[in-house]
Design a protein around this ligand. Structure first.
Ligand code: ZN
Length: 239
């Protein structure tokens, strides 16, 4: 009979855990750093900073890190572009896709003004990292809550020693529309994998995790090239 006394406490703890914001979860720090390093981002060591910002800014930042898509939702370039205005707002279904483009815009704008701007690119590189985490692209359902942290950490302890397992491929971006298409492509791959894991009731394999983060690293590399081109375009007429 005594055991029953613990049940209310257990229930309270369960409710507390279940109501913890998704903000406490994302690929862990070393995984974000490895993705940015593989992409050739010279300030790769800033790529975990966006998770630090969540600690101070709460939902205004944390809602930038995911998008709760139902199974039937196909992420389209239009949906990506529609989320841009939601950047840095509280909107709990999440708007990571728009956050990628909005943070890049901020970076290019600040650089063109001759300002530092680098933290905006660090945010962008982080969001592109989260883009390949399958459960950042699916509904925050029971499976997501239960397995999110384990999947976040699946390769974290080893990944900085295995940068060569991240396979960077060529993506060409010439416009925001191109970027929106690439974001949508990776979002859909990630979402499909997320629901596959749920259907098979299993964690992501390490192999699958390296494949996922390879998409992120490849997109960051393309974004870095694109942003350089945008900034040099601006400079030429003024010379
Ligand atoms: Zn994150």
């Amino acid at each position: 009979m005594r055991r029953r006394r613990y049940l209310p406490i257990l229930s309270i703890i369960t409710v507390l855990i279940a109501s913890m914001p998704v903000s406490s979860l994302a690929w862990y720090d070393e995984t974000h750093l490895a993705i940015a390093k593989a992409a050739g981002y010279y300030k790769w060591y800033n790529a975990a900073g966006a998770d630090m910002a969540k600690l101070k800014a709460g939902k205004i930042e944390s809602n930038n890190h995911y998008c709760n898509n139902g199974r039937a939702t196909a992420v389209t370039p239009e949906m990506v572009l529609d989320q841009i205005d939601a950047y840095d707002t509280v909107e709990e279904s999440g708007h990571i896709y728009g956050a990628i483009i909005a943070s890049l815009r901020n970076y290019i704008e600040k650089k063109k003004e001759g300002k530092y701007g680098e933290y905006h690119m660090a945010f962008c590189a982080h969001y592109v990292g989260d883009l390949s985490m399958p459960l950042h692209n699916t509904a925050y359902d029971e499976f997501n809550k239960k397995h999110h942290a384990e999947i976040d950490g699946i390769i974290n302890d080893e990944v900085l020693d295995n940068i060569d397992k991240i396979r960077v491929y060529t993506i060409t971006i010439n416009s925001e529309q191109d970027l929106a298409e690439q974001v949508a492509r990776i979002a859909n791959l990630s979402k499909e994998l997320g629901y596959k894991l749920e259907d098979e009731n299993r964690l992501i394999t390490k192999e699958e995790a390296y494949t996922q983060i390879s998409h992120s690293a490849s997109l960051i590399k393309a974004i870095l090239t694109y942003s350089e081109e945008q900034m040099s375009k601006q400079r030429i007429p003024s010379e």
